[in-house]
Design a binder for this molecule. Structure first.
Ligand code: 5AD
Ligand code: SF4
Length: 448
């Protein structure tokens, strides 16, 4: 019998990338082989995001292309999961007639049953209930054999209700995974060769709140750091309001915690921050950045910024620009505000024109590029410790690693360095990467 193939496409954030890894693990257990060619697939899954408008348009046009494949192969099964699936539910079937199933953010673990009943009955399925259990989070996605780095979901959902954001509605309330499960899974990953874990949650600072056993995020980091195979720990995302002194101090105290924090600021205007329901002022935000830089001067700081939130005046926008000039982020993800159904901000009246949003975004991104290059250039001549992740995308003879501060460095080296920590000298800075030259392989140094 011919192999069964599945094709999966992921839209959106790291959380979705990890969900797709879990989906792939479940499908592999069902005897499906992953293919990067959707034309030969027996099962196609789109793991969607609906945080911003563009993502939605992309999914619908991709489904348009996939529908044509079903005409040639009527046995093809098509499913959509993720936030957009959670949002649209059964409406998705009306929009895309050839869709077989829709599964929400809490229903990944149901996939084998869903697929089995479609094969048996060929009826349309929608599974979008919120399950209180953490069944979906506990699916173990075995890393590929050459993987060095892995995600680890430590909690799901969000209780923050920022006024522009759909996540609390689509991923449900915050629930943390028990520390025991996280540690067991991390040990398993370390035994399989993983050297770096990125702890995932919408608001990692709240980790442990619902567990009532005294667990908190800093304690979790320290416990993970005790696992010997794990050399580096990262996390995303931290909410500026909840970033505790204890967690900030952890950057200076815990060797394995990488010197990088992604701390979404969203705006530099207190008026807009308040309308966004962010729960901090820009002065409080800057105070935390100053403290982090005081205790770990090498830390890199990245952020998310939204332009054109309803009611954002030229003055508010200018305050965002001034804040960026003052802070000088290492990099930022910046977005035009996009109105989302069901959010509080949708009710705000003073919309900013689309072309004005675009102008604000372009000016802001140009400024950020200048800052990023400036930050990267400041590293020229320095020695950086890298975890070598694999071969570089740019050249066969190059390896690629990341600094603790999350910057990509390309350098000449042999494959046996993959997975090792090496020191490189930074020769040249670019906007998206650094060029380096190997100085030493630390693990060899330690042996000698
Ligand atoms: N419009 C624009 N950007 C948004 N984000 C979240 N919701 C919206 C929205 N409605 C951005 C925020 C968040 C990032 C993940 O996506 O900056 O930090
Ligand atoms: Fe959305 Fe705010 Fe929760 Fe982040 S913290 S997921 S922006 S509601």
């Amino acid at each position: 019998m011919r192999n069964k193939y599945f094709y999966i496409q992921t839209f959106g954030c790291q959380m979705n990338v990890h969900d797709s890894e879990q989906i792939a693990a479940l499908l592999a257990a069902e005897g499906y082989e992953q293919s990067s060619n959707m034309n030969i697939a027996d099962l196609i899954i789109l793991n969607t995001c609906s945080i911003r408008e563009k993502a939605e348009q992309k999914v619908l046009s991709q489904l348009g292309r996939i529908e044509k494949l079903k005409k040639q192969n009527p046995g093809l099964i098509i499913g959509v999961g993720g936030c957009l699936a959670q949002h649209l539910g059964t409406k998705f079937h009306k929009k895309v007639r050839s869709l077989d199933f829709v599964f929400g953010t809490h229903s990944i673990h149901l996939l084998p049953d869903i697929i089995a009943s479609i094969k048996a009955e060929r009826k349309k399925i929608t599974e979008i209930d919120f399950h209180k259990s953490l069944m979906s989070l506990n699916i173990f996605a075995e890393p590929s054999k050459d993987a060095i780095s892995s995600f680890m979901t430590i909690m799901q959902g969000c209780n923050n209700f920022c006024s522009y954001c759909v996540v609390p509605y689509l991923r449900g309330p915050e629930i943390s995974r028990p520390i025991k499960d996280i540690l067991e899974e991390t040990k398993k990953l370390a035994d399989l060769g993983i050297r770096e874990v990125t702890l995932l949650g919408q608001n990692v600072n709240s980790y442990g709140k619902n567990l009532n056993d005294g667990s908190n995020f800093t304690a979790l980091i320290k416990k993970i750091a005790e696992i010997s195979g794990i050399k580096r720990i990262r996390f995303t995302t931290s909410h500026p309001r909840d970033l505790s002194l204890e967690l900030m101090n952890c950057f200076a105290e815990e060797e394995k915690l990488c010197r990088h924090i992604h701390l979404p600021v969203q705006s530099g205007s207190n008026r807009i921050l308040s309308l966004m329901n962010r729960g901090y002022t820009i002065e409080e935000y800057i105070k935390k950045i100053d403290y982090l830089r005081k205790i770990t001067p090498e830390i890199s700081i990245t952020s998310d910024i939204i332009v054109g939130f309803p009611g954002e005046t030229e003055k508010d926008y200018q305050e965002t620009i001034d804040m960026m000039e003052k802070i000088r982020f290492d990099s930022t993800f910046s977005f035009k505000y996009s109105e989302r159904d069901g959010t509080a901000a949708k009710k705000l009246k003073e919309k900013v024109l689309e072309e004005e949003k675009l102008r604000r975004l372009e000016v802001l991104q140009e400024l950020q590029n200048r800052h990023t290059l400036e930050k990267n250039t400041a590293l020229e001549g320095s020695i950086q410790e890298l975890l070598v992740e694999g071969r570089s995308k740019n050249s066969e003879s190059d390896l690629m690693g990341r600094t603790s501060s999350w910057k990509i460095v390309n350098f000449k080296g042999e494959s046996d360095l993959i997975g090792k920590m090496v020191n490189v000298k930074v020769l040249k800075a670019y906007l998206h990467s650094l060029r380096g030259k190997i100085e030493s392989n630390q693990e060899m140094d330690n042996v000698n």
